[in-house]
Design a protein around this ligand. Structure first.
Ligand code: SF4
Ligand code: SF4
Length: 449
């Protein structure tokens, strides 16, 4: 990788130092958001002014333009869509989709966007790898700038792009996040002071989500129209990604989350990882549909991991509904869920979670599902709204989702008032904003549905 040479006593802002992964100096008076101090590296003509501010001026100064130019050159090597003349003000940069931003544009965006009062450190601690080998700091649908790609870069976790994205979490601008997708949807943000931010970056993510294979034994209506069977090339590609991660040591050093895409116990790639005796660690989190989660699979996990977290996506409390929504065998599922419930009771599973996407065809058995989860020693019962993955027409989605614009349908609104939703195991956070809007809409008996 190219090196940017900094001379001794160069004036440099600590956020830039973080992005470039170099030690920084004189950071106390060069702060953000002050027009005078926007120059994180002084122009030569400002030397005298800086001397008056008690800086021991050196003979070498970098200007912000030097750095933009350097980053521009660097991005040209890796990106095909560079603009010859790049934008330098936030307003014009905000009109460019995040995934098209060049490094200098990212730099401006991350330094000058408004901080938000969001308590989220996922970008600083986690990584999520998709089927193409892209490395993301969060769910790929929630963030629109990746850290890098395992096939194209040696350093796909701490390069300049990755550090810019991480900085957006450290300085709380979250400017590469799609906040209308994740749970921080439409919060009221207050202005924050980021004076004491800590600029650190991990060598290896604390948690690594593997979403590198879509192969699954089911075809749930909300996820796909047909069974997904990968081509030989796709199979090889996901195996290659897992080999790269294994060589890097990530599969042993990070807490593994398997099943972000595809089924943990059906995908050949995930099974290979689970069966590989050289891959082991302290913690594993399994997200599964449960159909293939047998005692044999449990033994495999128990042999290699001390802490095992289990999350099962179900969406039904009866055979008929399960068949209709997930096209799977409810009897087999129940047998495995009972076995896992017993393991949770014995304290062998750290946390047992059930997931349920509330929609038109399963709303009638939501309360039965809560009783089922209680009987099976479940710790977390996560209810979520139906997302639109374009598997149905827009009209069908609107009908199935039980959402009415920014509000809940009256049927769903009244259901969520049931005292069972107050149980501490139940999580309906994904409906928070809709609930707030619905309270306004339906208050004083306005609803006449
Ligand atoms: S998209 Fe949301 S959840 Fe993900 S890192 Fe950004 S703020 Fe956090
Ligand atoms: S089990 Fe999960 S990955 Fe498989 S089709 Fe259903 S939602 Fe998609």
């Amino acid at each position: 990788m190219d090196q940017l040479i900094f001379y001794k006593n160069t004036f440099i802002n600590k956020e830039i130092a973080f992005i470039l992964n170099i030690p920084y100096q004189y950071t106390d008076t060069l702060e953000r958001n002050d027009p005078e101090k926007k120059l994180f590296v002084s122009e030569k003509k400002d030397q005298k002014k800086l001397e008056k501010m008690n800086y021991k001026a050196s003979i070498d100064f970098y200007t912000i333009d030097n750095l933009y130019d350097y980053l521009e050159q660097f991005s040209r090597k890796y990106e095909t869509h560079n603009r010859t003349e790049f934008y330098r003000d936030l307003e014009s940069i905000n009109m460019i989709p995040n995934y098209l931003l060049s490094l200098p544009e990212m730099l401006i965006k991350v330094l000058y966007s408004k901080p938000k009062d969001i308590e989220c450190t996922i970008l600083e601690r986690e990584a999520n790898i998709d089927i193409y080998g892209n490395v993301w700091g969060c769910c790929p649908t929630w963030i629109s700038k990746s850290f890098g790609n395992v096939f194209y870069e040696d350093d796909f976790y701490n390069n300049y792009y990755a550090r810019m994205v991480k900085l957006s979490s450290i300085n709380k601008t979250f400017c590469f996040c799609n906040l209308n997708m994740c749970k921080y949807f439409e919060r009221d943000y207050k202005k924050l002071s980021t004076k004491d931010i800590q600029l650190n970056s991990l060598e290896v993510p604390e948690q690594l989500t593997l979403s590198i294979d879509r192969t699954c034994n089911l075809r749930c209506n909300s996820c796909r129209r047909e069974f997904y069977r990968p081509s030989e090339e796709e199979k090889q590609e996901s195996l290659l990604i897992s080999n790269i991660l294994k060589e890097k040591g990530w599969l042993n050093k990070s807490c593994l989350l398997i099943g972000g895409q595809g089924e943990a116990f059906f995908s050949p790639t995930y099974l290979k990882i689970l069966k590989d005796d050289e891959i082991f660690g302290k913690t594993i989190k399994i997200m599964s549909n449960g159909i293939l989660f047998t005692k044999e699979m449990w033994n495999l996990l128990e042999r290699k991991y001390k802490e095992i977290y289990v999350a099962i996506s179900i969406d039904a409390a009866s055979k008929e509904t399960y068949l209709k929504l997930r096209h799977g065998n409810f009897d087999i599922l129940m047998k495995n869920l009972e076995m896992l419930g017993e393991l949770r009771k014995q304290g062998k599973i750290v946390s047992y979670q059930f997931n349920y996407v509330i929609q038109k065809d399963n709303i009638h058995e939501v309360l039965d599902f809560i009783h089922l989860a209680k009987r099976l020693h479940v710790d977390i019962l996560q209810f979520t709204k139906l997302n639109d993955w374009s598997t149905t027409s827009k009209e069908e989605y609107n009908e199935n989702s039980l959402l009415d614009g920014d509000c809940l349908s009256y049927e769903l609104y009244t259901l969520l008032q049931d005292p069972l939703f107050q149980d501490e195991m139940v999580n309906i956070e994904s409906f928070d904003t809709y609930m707030k809007n619905s309270n306004k809409k339906y208050k004083n008996g306005e609803a006449n549905e």
